[in-house]
Write a protein that binds this ligand. Sequence first.
Ligand SMILES: [Zn+2]
Ligand SMILES: [Zn+2]
Length: 191
Amino acid sequence: MKNKVTRLGVLSSDELRNLAYDCYYQFLPHFKGQPEGSLTGIVSIEFSSRMRQKLGLAYLFEHKIRLNLDYFAADPSLLPYTLFHEMTHLWLYDCMLDPGHTQRFYKKMREFESTGLPVDPDVHIHSRVAAEGKFVYSCPNCKNRWYLRDRLSYSIYCGHCFDKEGVEYFAKQIKTPVRNELNASDADTAA
Ligand SMILES: [Zn+2]
Ligand SMILES: [Zn+2]
């Protein structure tokens, strides 16, 4: 008996997965041993049919990339570009740098041009570039990190732990002084 392959437009979900991992390994040298640092550990890539607004999403703390199944099944031409974009988010996070759409982020995305693969013109040159977060905060519970431009005088939990622990717990803990922040110069030494 033949294996039944689910056809979704042009590519099956297996073909999409293979394409994504081929691209991942092709791009990996751009994210290893760089002056800023390296992408570390394993990145899991998954496709979701529940994504509507976005082509891809990087889950920094989970080290996971989620791609829009329906979109890429119908037209995979921008899959490599989207994957490179999400890998850039994870790479910056692993380098202890602001993983947002900063100047540094778009400078990295320029490297994608050397692959000769199609570029998404809508996201490649952003008219609005986010300023680099100067303060890095770490969730006291799970150690997830995020970057803010302003210094906070209290400790904050990440959204995930906030949801899990509930409002009461959050309200109690919010008064504890911040112990995990680095100052701007610390945050920049990886550059
Ligand atoms: Zn992005
Ligand atoms: Zn947390």
